[in-house]
Design a protein around this ligand. Structure first.
Ligand SMILES: CSCCC(=O)C(=O)COP(=O)(O)O
Ligand SMILES: [Mg+2]
Length: 232
């Protein structure tokens, strides 16, 4: 049981609110399948301009910003090696948009998540998301879940534009932006390196042990939980 007396909860997505398998077995393949058609339809569009620049920066391959084949090769390489690169994540969000809007994609959330969000929200806690998935993707995801639209429960979203999830500066920036002291924020994630970074920034932490998550080495020092019901 985690007795939390702070003001705010920051939530990771994959492995925390939602099954890793949903992201890997449903969302990532949807984006891979849709990549070529999306680029055929949108290569010159304003929506892609910033993403093309970002991918060129992420990969240090300048031609990815201007040459369609190079861009597609770099995206495929990043997808195949599951690099949580900002540009790739922005592009995936754009491709997922059609799936969430048509109903082909419906985001998985664990059963304890919707009631916990409601309980915490009603208790006056401020809730935000921090995921490698882009903010656009997060909004699509929580706007279209198996439990309906959960977006109203969140007051804000952060993605890797604020910094990497394994860097403590990112959590300092989040606390600053949120105007909440780090010690008043509980960060929940399935990844020990992310929790280490948040703890270094002064946040409280909880390690989610969801079905399907990767095994963790003992000795990490974070409080473990299998369900959000364990947070009081
Ligand atoms: C927010 S939907 C997509 C999730 C995603 O693309 C991803 O890489 C999940 O990473 P997380 O930081 O939420 O573990
Ligand atoms: Mg995660």
């Amino acid at each position: 049981m985690i007795n939390f007396s702070g003001r705010a909860i920051l939530l990771d997505v994959e492995g925390t609110t939602s099954a890793v398998a949903y992201v890997y077995d449903v969302m990532f393949p949807f984006a891979s399948r849709g990549l070529t058609a999306y680029l055929d339809a949108n290569w010159g569009s304003p929506a892609l301009a910033g993403v093309r620049e970002q991918v060129a920066n992420d990969t240090e391959v300048p031609a990815a910003a201007t040459d369609r084949d190079t861009f597609e090769q770099e995206i495929t390489r990043l997808m195949d090696s599951d690099v949580k690169a900002t540009g790739l994540k922005q592009l995936q969000g754009l491709i997922w948009e059609a799936g969430f809007k048509s109903g082909e994609l419906v985001a998985h959330v664990f059963n304890d998540v919707p009631p916990a969000l409601e309980r915490w929200h009603n208790a006056g806690l401020d809730l935000r998301v921090y995921s490698s998935g882009s903010i656009h993707a997060q909004k699509l995801f929580f706007g279209h879940t198996t439990a309906g639209n959960l977006l109203p429960q969140f007051s804000g979203h952060y993605d890797t534009q604020i910094g990497g999830k394994r860097e403590s500066e990112s959590y300092q920036r989040i606390a600053q932006d949120w105007k909440v002291k780090p010690e008043d924020i509980l960060f929940l994630s399935d990844v020990v390196a992310e929790l280490d970074a948040a703890r270094e920034a002064g946040m409280q932490t909880g390690l989610c042990m969801r079905p399907g998550n990767a095994d963790v080495e003992p000795g990490h020092g974070h409080q473990e939980l299998v369900s959000f019901d364990e947070i009081s």
